[in-house]
Design a protein around this ligand. Structure first.
Ligand code: GLC
Length: 551
C-alpha cells in the first residue's frame, strides 16, 4: 500500500548534490536494446531517460561502456576513449550525457584502474617487446620461481578464485615470464609505481569530465598498489601489511585524482568500490582530499536481521562522521544476488564464496522484505544506490548453465553460478519477443528472460499502486521533497524492542521497520507518509513505514 505524491521534481542544486543523491546503476548490456541485436546499448538508454526522470533519480552510474573483448563484462577495457561498438559511439555517449543532464540527471562513468584488457595496446606492446623492456614495466612481469622458472612468483589467490599469474610464451615458443592478474588472465594488473600508469589514468578522468561526466566510480579501488617485493600474503595481515590490498601508498593516487576532479568549475565526484572489513581503514579513503563517497558493502552483505542491520548502520555512521563524508546505502549491484531472492533465503546474508545453484528462496517473503529494505535505505542519511531492475522487484534469474558467460562461474569450476543471474535484460512490456528490451522480433536477448517476467515488466507495474515500481517512484519523490531526509541526522527511537529498527530524521520524520514477528503499534499522532505493505494502526512483520510526526 502506498500513498502518492504529486511533487514536481526540481533538479538538485549543483553544490554537493552527491551527499544525498539517488544514483541509479545501469548495466548497459541489459538495460534497453535500441538496435535489436540482443545487447543493450546507448540508444536504448536514451530512449528510456524519461523513465529514469519519472523514477526520480539524480544520477546514473554506467558500468563500463568502453571498447572491450568482454572477458569480464567490460571490466577488461581495451580503450577508454572509445565506446564499444555494441553499445554505440562516442557521439552517442556525449549526446546521452547531455540529454540526461537536461532532465536533471548527472552521469557517473566507471574507471577500472587495477587492470586493463590483455588486448589493450599497452599489453600487446609489452608481450611483443619481451623481458626487461620498458613496455613490460607498466605491468607486473616476473620470472618464475624454481630452476626452470615454472613456478608462479607468488601464491596469491585471485578475487575470482584460482591463480593470479599466467605464463607467457616467448616468440621462439619457449616458456617466458609470468604476469600478474588479480582477476582473469585477460585482465593484466597495471603497475601503479609507473608514471605512465598514473598519467594515463588522470588523462582518462579528464577525457570523461571534459565530456560532462559528473563523476567516476572507481573499480576495485583498494587493490591497485602492490608491494614491489611481492611477498606472500601473511596469515593475518595487520593494517597496511597485505601485499595487494589497502596499501598505505594508495591514498596518494586518489589525492591526485581529487585534484583533477576539483579542477572543474562544478567539481567532479569520486565514488570508490572499496571492499574492506576495517571501518577505520575504509574511512581513510573518504578524507576530504580523497574520494567523496564509497560503496557500503558491509550493509549490503548483512542478513535481514535487526541486530545485524542496526550494528551496520551504527558503525557506518560512526566511521563516516570523523571524515565528514556521507554514507552510501546499497542493496545490490551487478555482482551480487538480487535482494528479492536473497532476503527470501534462510541465510539472507551475501557472500561470494557461498553462492550455489538451487539455493531455495521464498520470493513472496523476499519481495516483502525488499520493499521494506527500499524504505529503510531510502530513509538513512547519505546517498542511495538503486541497481537497475531492483525497482521492478526482479528476482535473481536462473540462467541455464550452457548460457552462462560470467568468468566467476568458470573459475569456480562450475560450482559458483556466477553473476549473470542479476544481469538478465530488463522487461519493459508485457508482450513482445524480448518483453520490450529490444524491438519486437529483434534478436533474442544475450541472456534469456524468465517467462514470468512479463508480469514484472514496467508496463505491468505502471499505474498499479501496489507494485514495487510505484513504491520506488513514490519513495524517491518523497525523499526529494522531505528536506529532513537530506539535512537531518539520524536519531534512534526505542519502539517495539530489539527486532524493530526505528529512527527519526529531525523532529518531524521517522522510519520504522519491523524485522520481528509481532506488530508494532504506530506512535500516537503519527501520519503514515508511505508504507511498504498494509498498515492498520500497527506495523506488521517485514513492513517498513515512513511517518510524519506531530510537532
Ligand atoms: C569489480 C566489478 C566487477 C568486476 C571486478 C573486476 O568488483 O564490480 O564486476 O568483475 O571489479 O574488474
Amino acid at each position: 500500500m502506498t500513498t502518492t505524491s504529486d511533487a514536481t521534481l526540481e533538479p538538485r542544486p549543483a553544490d554537493e548534490w552527491w551527499r544525498s543523491a539517488v544514483i541509479y546503476q545501469i548495466y548497459p548490456r541489459s538495460f534497453a536494446d535500441g538496435n535489436g541485436d540482443g545487447t543493450g546499448d546507448l540508444a536504448g538508454v536514451r530512449s528510456r531517460l524519461g523513465y529514469l526522470r519519472d523514477l526520480g533519480v539524480d544520477a546514473i552510474w554506467y558500468t563500463p561502456w568502453y571498447a572491450s573483448p568482454l572477458a569480464d563484462g567490460g571490466y577488461d577495457v581495451r580503450d577508454y576513449r572509445t565506446i564499444d561498438p555494441a553499445f554505440g559511439s562516442l557521439a552517442d555517449a556525449e549526446a546521452l550525457i547531455a540529454e540526461a543532464r537536461e532532465l536533471g540527471i548527472r552521469t557517473i562513468v566507471d574507471v577500472v584502474p587495477n587492470h586493463i584488457s590483455s588486448e589493450h595496446e599497452w599489453f600487446r606492446a609489452a608481450l611483443a617487446a619481451g623481458p626487461g623492456s620498458p613496455e613490460r614495466e607498466r605491468f607486473w612481469f616476473q620470472d618464475g620461481k624454481g630452476p626452470d622458472g615454472d613456478q608462479m612468483p607468488t601464491g596469491w589467490v585471485s578475487s575470482f578464485q584460482g591463480d593470479t599469474w599466467t605464463r607467457t610464451t616467448n616468440p621462439d615458443g619457449t616458456p617466458g615470464q609470468w604476469y600478474l592478474h588479480l582477476f582473469t588472465p585477460e585482465q593484466p594488473d597495471v603497475n601503479w609505481n609507473h608514471p605512465d600508469v598514473r598519467q594515463e589514468h588522470e588523462d582518462v578522468l579528464r577525457f570523461w569530465f571534459d565530456r560532462g561526466a559528473a563523476g567516476i566510480r572507481i573499480d576495485s579501488a583498494a587493490l591497485i598498489i602492490k608491494d614491489p617485493a611481492l611477498p606472500e600474503v601473511p596469515a593475518t595481515p595487520g593494517p597496511g601489511e597485505h601485499p595487494h590490498l589497502d596499501r598505505d601508498e594508495i591514498h596518494d593516487v586518489y589525492r591526485g585524482w581529487r585534484r583533477v576532479a576539483d579542477d572543474y568549475a562544478e567539481p567532479r565526484v569520486l565514488v570508490g568500490e572499496v571492499w574492506l572489513a576495517d571501518h577505520e581503514r575504509f574511512a581513510q579513503y573518504l578524507r576530504s582530499d580523497e574520494m567523496h563517497t564509497a560503496f557500503n558493502f558491509d550493509f549490503m552483505a548483512r542478513p535481514w536481521d535487526a541486530k545485524e542491520l542496526r550494528e551496520s548502520i551504527r558503525t557506518t555512521l560512526e566511521a563516516h562522521a570523523p571524515v565528514g563524508a556521507p554514507a552510501t546505502w546499497v542493496l545490490s549491484n551487478h555482482d551480487v544476488t538480487r535482494p528479492v531472492t536473497r532476503y527470501g533465503r534462510e541465510d539472507s546474508s551475501f557472500d561470494f564464496a557461498a553462492k550455489r545453484f538451487g539455493t531455495p528462496s521464498d520470493l513472496d517473503l523476499g519481495t516483502c522484505r525488499a520493499r521494506a529494505a527500499a524504505l529503510l535505505t531510502g530513509a538513512l542519511p547519505g546517498a542511495l544506490y538503486v541497481y537497475q531492475g531492483d525497482e521492478l522487484g526482479l528476482p535473481e534469474a536462473d540462467v541455464p548453465r550452457e548460457l552462462i558467460q560470467d568468468p566467476m562461474h568458470f573459475r569456480s569450476e562450475g560450482v559458483d553460478p556466477g553473476r549473470d543471474g542479476c544481469r538478465v535484460p530488463l522487461p519493459w512490456t508485457r508482450t513482445g519477443s524480448s518483453l520490450g528490451f529490444g524491438p519486437d522480433g529483434g534478436a533474442a536477448p544475450w541472456l534469456p528472460q524468465p517467462a514470468d517476467w512479463a508480469e514484472r515488466s514496467v508496463q505491468a507495474q505502471d499505474g498499479d499502486p501496489e507494485s514495487m515500481l510505484s513504491l520506488y517512484r513514490t519513495a524517491l519523490h518523497l525523499r526529494r521533497e522531505l528536506t529532513a531526509l537530506h539535512d537531518e541526522e539520524l536519531t534512534w527511537l526505542d519502539l517495539g524492542g530489539d527486532d524493530v529498527l526505528a529512527f527519526a530524521r529531525g523532529a518531524g520524520f521517522a522510519c520504522v521497520v519491523n524485522l520481528g514477528t509481532t506488530p508494532v503499534p504506530l506512535p500516537a499522532g503519527a501520519d503514515v507518509l508511505l508504507a511498504s505493505g498494509p498498515v492498520d494502526g500497527a506495523v506488521g512483520p517485514d513492513i517498513a513505514v515512513w511517518l510524519g510526526l506531530p510537532s
